[in-house]
Write a protein that binds this ligand. Structure first.
Ligand SMILES: Nc1ncnc2c1ncn2[C@@H]1O[C@H](COP(=O)(O)OP(=O)(O)OP(=O)(O)O)[C@@H](O)[C@H]1O
Ligand SMILES: [Mg+2]
Length: 521
């Protein structure tokens, strides 16, 4: 049943209920994306589990979110259970062997897995706006904030960096507006309030350093299996926008970091989006378009994206059209919307003359699904009614103790546990403000004695409030009123010293952002 280049999904049944044939997902089409749908309790998570197992065994790293905690068992050896053995017998899976998989647990909150963070800079304005559910006016201000930071070499690492930058923007709104476009103080204020809310929701833990390195979710073991990264998402799900934005950031990051590989014989990484409706729920049109674009383009980077959701209507049509490998579990069809979902699901399959898709979808048993994968030159196979294989790893969660044991021996143990707060926008701007205050005090004194002379020495800094229109040093004369009298060359020095990884590589030029707003590298 296990064949080279193919991942065994289950065995299809003829209308008389006898075995038809094993159903596979061809690894060379693993990057052509996929969809797993079905009503609650119909077997989606188990399907995700057996797909992840198959990819891992084929040497393909996997990233998935564990929404209910029940996927974590993939890191533990399976246990004999009557109903699982029965399924194995039914589909001719003999011997039914157990296996534990190399998992790396991740957790934004650092409790059920290794901390996963990113920086504000890396997330970019588009996703940050989505995270805050920003209005158009607020999004405009956020875009300007990133422009100032990207051009000005101000590393935005955590939420307090962004707060500091917004303070600065509020104080210098009119001067900055001339240069960057209109900055409404009201919008700045409302973004600041939104940031406070985010902070209270625990999002502050997610922003900072050390930021997740994509290479850490693309590991393979010495015996050639792909690591399965499992993101603990039970607590995260209480903040659906953070959950959705985080996964989109991962996708965006993969897209910006990975090289083009064309169509490899197996994927470089497979990414499962569980509860995929949360990505698209009232997402602005432009974001949906960008996601559609990234999903389309990321295929040639060898990344397969698999959406898991209850209702196929949850995924926008343009994205749905790109999902080549499909596992459709049972759907209910009581309400008109449910009936529409059944019809949509049925219509996306290449029909099988043996049965009517729409009828079968409503009659499928637990752990049973309509399956169609890409075959031959990449055309969808005829849909088959399939009993999904039972997992080789444990069905159900790991215990807390097991989880801790796995985390202790993980290849990333110790790499992400401690926060690292280096000099960034907050420190730079705070230091500037202090210096400005000191300078102002000194100027008060100096002004009494010294004559008015132009400030000496130029610099390439052109941000208002950073000293361009201000005297250069305490010894220089006092101008009308010492506002935020930042000296620009010291800011430049400070920014240099901060060796921001996002900035160090690009000092002297503005940072460039990709489709979803992540940094281009
Ligand atoms: N392939 C399978 N083989 C054997 N049993 C299965 C299989 N798939 C599902 N089951 C049984 O059905 C139960 C529910 O499956 P699962 O948790 O995957 O559903 P789900 O669609 O993810 O539900 P929810 O939407 O509530 O998360 C499993 O705990 C298991 O007992
Ligand atoms: Mg589930």
């Amino acid at each position: 049943m296990l064949q080279d280049g193919k991942l065994y999904i289950g065995t299809s049944r003829k209308p008389d209920d006898t075995n038809n044939k094993p159903e596979y997902l061809e690894l060379k089409f693993g990057n052509r994306h996929g969809l797993v749908t079905g009503a609650t309790g119909t077997g989606k998570t188990v399907t995700l589990q057996i797909l992840a197992e198959g990819f891992s065994n084929a040497g393909v790293p996997v990233f998935c979110a564990d929404v209910k905690g029940d996927l974590s068992g993939i890191g533990a050896m399976g246990e004999a259970k009557d109903f699982l053995q029965k399924r194995a017998d039914q589909i001719g899976l003999t011997p039914y062997e157990f296996q534990e998989f190399p998992v790396i647990f991740w957790d934004l909150y650092g409790v059920k897995g290794h901390r996963v963070r990113t920086t504000i800079s890396e997330m970019g304005p588009l996703l940050l706006s989505r995270l805050m559910n920003a209005t158009d006016a607020q999004e405009g201000v956020i875009n300007i904030a990133f422009k100032i930071a990207d051009q000005g070499g101000l590393p935005l690492l955590d939420l307090k960096d962004l707060q500091a930058l917004l303070n600065y923007m509020g104080e210098n709104a009119s001067a900055l507006s001339n240069q960057f476009g209109f900055i409404s103080k009201a919008s700045v204020g409302s973004i600041q309030r939104e940031l406070l809310i985010l902070e209270q929701q625990g999002a502050e833990q997610f922003f900072g350093e050390p930021a997740l390195k994509i290479s850490d979710i693309m590991r393979t073991t010495n015996d050639g299996r792909g690591a399965i990264s499992v993101l603990a998402a039970d607590k995260l799900m209480m903040n659906p926008r953070l959950y959705g934005t985080f996964l989109l950031w991962m996708l965006s990051e993969l897209f910006e970091v990975l090289p083009e590989v064309g169509d490899p014989d197996k994927p470089k990484l497979v990414f499962f989006f569980d509860e995929a409706h949360l990505l698209f729920n009232d997402a602005p049109k432009v974001l949906v378009e960008r996601v559609e674009q990234v999903v389309r383009l990321i295929r040639s980077k060898g990344v397969g994206v698999y959406f898991v959701t209850q209702n196929p209507l949850d995924v926008p049509e343009t994205v749905l059209a790109q999902l080549g490998n499909r596992v459709q579990h049972a759907l209910r069809a009581y309400t008109p919307r449910e009936q529409k979902a059944v019809k949509t699901a049925a219509d996306t399959f290449r029909p099988n003359p043996d049965f009517d898709c729409a009828t079968v979808i409503t009659n499928l048993g637990t752990g049973e699904a309509l399956v169609s994968t890409l075959e031959g030159k990449g055309a969808p196979s005829m849909v088959e009614r399939t009993l999904i294989r039972p997992p080789a790893s444990r069905l159900g969660p790991v215990t807390d103790a097991e989880r801790q044991d796995i985390m202790k021996v993980s290849p990333v143990a110790g790499l992400y546990d401690e926060d690292f707060d280096r000099e960034s926008a907050y420190e730079i701007l705070t230091a500037r403000a202090k210096k400005a205050a000191d300078a102002a005090a000194a100027q008060e004194q100096a002004a009494a004695e010294e004559a008015n002379q132009p400030a000496s020495g130029g610099s390439r800094w052109t941000l208002p409030g950073f000293g361009d229109e201000e005297p250069a040093a305490p010894s220089a004369p006092k101008q009308a009123k010492p506002r935020a009298g930042y000296q620009r060359e010291t800011v430049a020095e400070a920014a240099m010293k901060s060796v921001a990884r996002t900035v160090a590589s690009s000092l002297g030029r503005a940072l460039v952002r990709g489709i979803l707003g992540s940094l281009r590298r």
